[in-house]
Design a protein around this ligand. Structure first.
Ligand code: PRX
Length: 657
């Protein structure tokens, strides 16, 4: 290796400023190490202390971790609490009811401020209305809503009465919504007439109607509709109810239903390596603890902060860092209905300036697309806005490339704010590997170190630790309070998928590859090790898209892979064999467009393949296995250097390349 290379590879390090460290909750690496050591010394004692300090318990717990039914671990099992009480009532009782909980900015710029007093009233009204509709503890309520205060109110109201919510992202199709309604056995659905995004009204109620008409969800007795735009909607008398009408005469109080710490708070569907999404089930106590605790540690949240997480409530980030974490601490947060590019690509920066946001949390894809637009138009460049209120800026959902990291650090964070690159997943409930802003020296592209109490490691296929500096499989060695409890209705998929026998049955398998630096111990995530893609920070299963494609009457066979993309991280590339002749020219373009629209209808627009290539067959081994590695190379436009001697039909590569 030329001498200079080692110099070039020396990572740039950004240390926290003294001012940042001086006031931070974790005030330096010493404090970080002390917490990690406390967890190592007395694992249960550490978590019990945090759970007592951070949450209000109706009945204190006496048990901490129970491993008797591993991997179905439980935490704080005999304790009782209510998530909604923790997120709202206790702040009102402490005299902070007048504090703003949510600064809601609509797509058109209209701003509404909701205090903790208001939120309590609205949640109680809605909780009472749900009870009247016979929604009871343990019932499942699906929430198919846009970014709205009403969406958060619906989630909190479910939590208040002990119902388990399952939020379905508003971008999912009727078919995806139907599958989730059926799988979760919902008895009520909360939706909206239309959502507003980028100046356009997009239907939700009509998609919900379609989903319900597909059958299998006859258990849904009530459809509650939030009137957002006043657009025309079809109405099923007796089933459909306007949200504003059913809450109108409800009392301002609704006693919280105290539930056991393990009571399922929500189920959130996510993609895995099979054709069907899995319902990740989270509990009440352990989940809420970590959503709140990580706000204090990773964002260094303080009462004076204005927090803004740009994620949608349809994803885990919107659950943990909008609907639960910030509220559990009594924080003031911004919530945004619209898109970052409307009315122009300066919207985020303008909102940070106007609302004096101090903690900002977004996705690398958003940053990368805004970089592009800012490069050609100074009006939408963050340098043109006063972002001096920012203290900590974060990213989530996908790896952030060092160039985007530096731009974010310099132009958004003013070379002053630590960038917290947070690695975690739907299944982990909250941050797992991330810098502590007042302590951890930052290296662009690395999510740095595990949070105190999180025992992340890199192992090989047999579960043995690999030496630092060598890539491997990312695992977590001990259960933690906010981990998923099971896959709804499929405990086998939970135990086999997340605690596989091949790794010894005790390690949590994250599904990502990682490498740990031999000097610093810092983790760098190298991407998924299963057939899961990450497009714009959204998780998509290749098998799901393949199932959608082969459901089309024209399609005989399909294989889907990812291709690296500068802006969205990855894009979906589909290789398709039609039942009829292989199309060419305009015919191929026409069918590709039809198939794209089809996938949009089957799953949702986010799953649409960017590229569709047609072949007379797919590259297969003699035993009939599709050679995906080869397809990935073809998708990337690489010359095939792999051994193709085992290929049944090598000529096919020319058609697909
Ligand atoms: O591959 C990792 C990637 O996103 C996956 C989790 O996706 P999801 O459950 O939808 O949750 C996204 C929001 C937490 C992970 O398995 N991922 C998430 N954060 C990062 C990341 N990859 C690299 N760096 C990150 N900071």
């Amino acid at each position: 290796m030329p001498v200079n290379d080692s110099i070039l590879q020396e990572p740039e390090v950004f240390f926290p400023s003294e001012a940042m460290s001086a006031h931070a909750t974790i005030s330096g690496m010493g404090a970080y190490r002390a917490l990690a050591a406390e967890a190592e010394r007395d694992y249960e004692g550490f978590w019990a202390r945090l759970a007592r300090e951070t949450l209000s318990w109706h009945k204190p717990f006496t048990q901490v971790l129970n491993e008797a039914k591993a991997p179905f671990y439980t935490w704080f099992e005999d304790g009782e609490l209510n998530a909604s009480y923790n997120c709202i009532d206790r702040h009102v009782e402490a005299g902070n009811g007048g504090r703003v909980a949510v600064i809601f900015e609509a797509d058109d710029g209209t701003v509404t401020r909701v205090t903790y007093d208001d939120l309590l009233q609205r949640v109680c009204h809605f909780a009472n209305a749900l009870k009247k509709l016979d929604v009871k503890k343990g019932d499942r309520v699906v929430i198919y809503m846009p970014m709205s205060v009403e969406g958060v109110v619906a989630m909190q109201a479910c939590a208040r009465i002990g119902a388990t919510h399952s939020v379905v992202f508003g971008g999912f199709s009727s078919k995806s919504l139907n599958e989730r309604l059926v799988d979760v056995g919902a008895t009520a659905l909360v939706t909206c007439d239309e959502q507003m995004r980028g100046g356009k009204a997009l239907p939700l109620k009509s998609i919900a109607d379609e989903a319900l008409a597909m059958g299998g969800c006859e258990a849904v007795k009530s459809v509650i509709v939030y009137r957002r735009t006043g657009g025309k909607v079809a109405w099923s008398e007796g089933r459909d109810l306007w949200m504003h009408e059913i809450v109108a005469n409800e009392p301002d109080q609704c006693a919280p239903e105290w539930v056991g710490a393990e009571h399922p708070l929500f189920i959130l569907y996510t993609s895995g390596s099979t054709g069907t999404p899995k319902g990740v089930q989270h509990c009440t106590g352990g989940y809420l603890l970590w959503a709140a605790q990580t706000m204090k540690w990773t964002f260094d949240w303080k009462p004076a902060d204005v927090f803004w997480c740009t994620a949608d409530i349809g994803w885990i980030t919107g659950h943990s860092y909008i609907a639960y974490g910030p509220l559990a601490l009594g924080a003031t947060q911004v919530m945004f209905e619209g898109v970052p590019t409307y009315p122009d690509a300066g919207r985020f920066w303008d909102m940070i300036a106007r609302h004096k946001v101090s903690l900002f949390y977004t996705a690398p894809t958003a940053i990368r697309s805004l970089i592009k637009l800012a490069e050609t138009d100074m009006k939408v460049h963050p340098d043109s806005f006063d972002l001096s209120t920012l203290r900590v800026i974060g990213t989530v959902g996908e790896p952030i490339n060092p160039a985007a990291w530096r731009w974010y650090y310099e132009h958004v964070g003013g070379s002053r704010c630590p960038v917290v690159d947070t690695w975690w997943q739907t299944e982990t409930g909250g941050h797992m590997i991330a810098p502590m802003p007042g302590a951890t020296p930052l290296v662009p592209g690395s999510c740095t170190l595990p949070l105190p109490g999180i025992l992340a490691a890199v192992v090989d296929e047999t579960g043995q630790d690999v030496p630092d500096g060598q890539g491997g499989i990312l695992v977590v060695k001990r259960p933690w309070p906010s981990m998923l409890r099971t896959v709804w209705g499929d405990p086998q998929r939970f135990s086999k998928g997340y605690f596989p026998e091949e790794l010894g049955g005790k390690l949590y398998l994250a599904g990502d590859g990682a490498v740990r630096d031999s000097e610093t111990g810092y983790f760098t995530i190298t991407g998924r090790i299963d057939d899961v893609l990450n497009v714009s920070g959204h998780r998509l299963g290749t098998m799901e898209i393949e199932s959608a494609l082969v459901a089309n009457p024209l399609v005989a066979e399909a294989a889907v892979v990812g291709r690296t993309d500068e802006t969205t991280g990855e894009v979906v590339v589909a290789f398709v064999v039609l039942k009829g002749a292989r199309p060419e020219g305009e015919e191929a373009v026409k069918i590709a467009n039809e198939l794209r629209a089809w996938v949009g209808k089957e799953i949702g627009p986010i799953a649409k393949p960017k590229v569709i290539r047609f072949g007379e067959n797919l590259p297969k081994t003699r035993s009939g296995k599709i050679m995906r590695r080869l397809l990935r190379s073809l998708a990337a436009g690489e010359t095939i250097t792999q051994d193709v001697s085992t290929l049944e039909n090598p000529a096919i590569l020319d058609q697909l390349g």
